[in-house]
Design a protein around this ligand. Structure first.
Ligand code: FMN
Length: 340
């Protein structure tokens, strides 16, 4: 029987349990230089002390104008490597493995003077008007993803996650609502994502898993659903994705029917659908705060890993507390044993 505290292995990545801290932007870079700060160090290392098996560092962008805000992390320069490496090394010393989410915000880059996008369509009436990328620029961005991944490998990360969700650039390319291009990247909506996957794989050690976060469902009027996302996920799987991290939404103004995230485990049915259709490992996320529920998602084989976001912001030691509640063995730092 699998449970939240069963070890998990995917390729060369060996996790002590199934608990993941998902990527969560901290907007805490000091000098707009994309370099991780003491805040990031304390924030991530606390969750390693708190027992999470895998920590995925927040959305980290491939170029300055790919950031949601100028306070986001970046990996467009070698100077950004050491501060991340320091975090990775410290998390490793507490038994956690560390991944990083590599991204570009596209039309959702709020501080870019003119954000870029597949097509010149704004997110909503309050957002900046983006300009459409030229074909050459699209190819250039694939290369920027490649070099960012190469830097992440140098920093010692154990896994790479490509951000293909939440209405950011890769999502903008595979959504028919935001990609109206007439070139090869418009005729084939997953081409941009697939080229990024292949570029990333080219820089990663053979045994390092590549994760991809996707929005399995859109919440705008006329948005895609699970049938379409299953189809494009299959293409990404063929291109080299080893595991999907299943989220939803973020692409534009939410339709009246679509308000997401109201229920516990609201995205688990989407994760399960992708897992079954593609026969691929998946991570579930979204209101899985209750350890009994998170444990059931693993036990019922709806997902292979469970990510706990906002609850882990409130409670860095969520994993240790979950083990205690579920009466499972886990390594508790010796300094804290009396607390458990
Ligand atoms: C403060 C904050 C920042 C976030 N930043 C990111 C991010 O960088 N990348 C991403 O894919 N999701 C991001 N998310 C979404 C979370 O990873 C997670 O999917 C979401 O919060 C739902 O999980 P939860 O109910 O456990 O919080 C963020 C969420 C929060 C609350």
């Amino acid at each position: 029987m699998k449970d939240l505290f069963s070890p998990y292995t995917i390729k060369g990545l060996e996790l002590k349990n199934r608990v993941v801290m998902p990527p969560m932007c901290q907007y805490s870079v000091d000098k707009k230089d994309g370099v991780a700060t003491e805040w990031h160090y304390t924030h991530y290392v606390s969750r390693a002390v708190g027992g999470a098996g895998l920590i995925i560092i927040e959305m980290t962008d491939v170029e300055p104008d790919g950031r949601i805000s100028d306070l986001d992390l970046g990996l467009w320069s070698d100077e950004q490597i050491p501060a991340l490496k320091r975090i990775v090394d410290a998390c490793h010393s507490y038994g956690a493995k560390v991944g990083i989410q590599i991204a570009h915000a596209g039309r959702k880059a709020e501080d870019a003077e003119v954000p870029v996008a597949p097509s010149a369509i704004a997110f909503d009436e309050n957002s900046k008007q983006p300009r459409a990328l030229t074909t050459e620029e699209v190819k250039g961005l694939v290369e920027k993803f490649r070099t960012a991944v190469a830097r992440a490998v140098k920093a010692g990360f154990d896994a790479i996650e490509i951000h293909g969700a939440h209405g950011y650039l890769i999502h903008q390319f595979h959504s028919p609502l935001t990609n109206k291009r007439e070139d090869e990247y418009g005729k084939d909506l997953t081409l941009f994502g697939r080229e990024i996957i292949q570029a990333a794989k080219g820089e990663m050690p053979e045994d390092m898993p590549l994760l991809m976060r996707i929005s399995a469902k859109e919440y705008v009027e006329g948005g895609y659903g699970i049938l379409e996302s299953t189809a494009f996920a299959k293409e990404y799987q063929r291109a080299g994705v080893d595991m999907f991290d299943i989220s939803s939404g973020g692409e534009g103004p939410i339709a009246a029917w679509g308000r997401p995230g109201t229920h516990a485990a609201y995205q688990v049915p989407l994760a399960r659908a992708i897992k079954e259709a593609l026969d691929i490992p998946v991570m579930a996320v979204g209101r899985l705060d209750d350890p009994i529920l998170a444990n059931a998602v693993i036990g019922n084989e709806e997902a292979d890993l469970v990510a706990v976001g906002r609850e882990m912001l409130r409670s860095p030691y969520w994993t240790l507390e979950a083990a205690s509640k579920l009466r499972k063995e886990t390594a508790i730092p010796k300094q804290y044993t009396t607390g458990f």
